[in-house]
Design a protein. Structure first.
Length: 81
């Protein structure tokens, strides 16, 4: 399994965990977005500084790693309260 797929599954797991443990959907979504942005930035920095990828390569992956779970979180907040 690729690292990107693992990160996407980790984002989904964090989202589910927060939505199940925090009653207020808006607060759970905000907390998820903040935490997941930090994780995505950390993942980007590891890719650039330790794995040897370029900033442009990692920026595209970082958008996917952050964007897909963030979009799911916003969709879930909108339609499943």
């Amino acid at each position: 399994m690729s690292h990107t797929a693992i990160m996407l599954l980790a984002g989904l797991a964090l989202l589910i965990l927060l939505r199940l443990t925090i009653r207020d959907a808006a607060w759970a979504t905000r907390l998820f977005l903040i935490l997941w942005l930090l994780v995505a930035i950390g993942n980007l920095l590891v890719g650039v500084l330790h794995a040897g990828y370029g900033w442009a390569e990692e920026a595209g992956i970082a958008l996917v790693v952050f964007g897909v779970p963030a979009a799911l979180a916003l969709f879930a907040r909108r339609f499943w309260r």
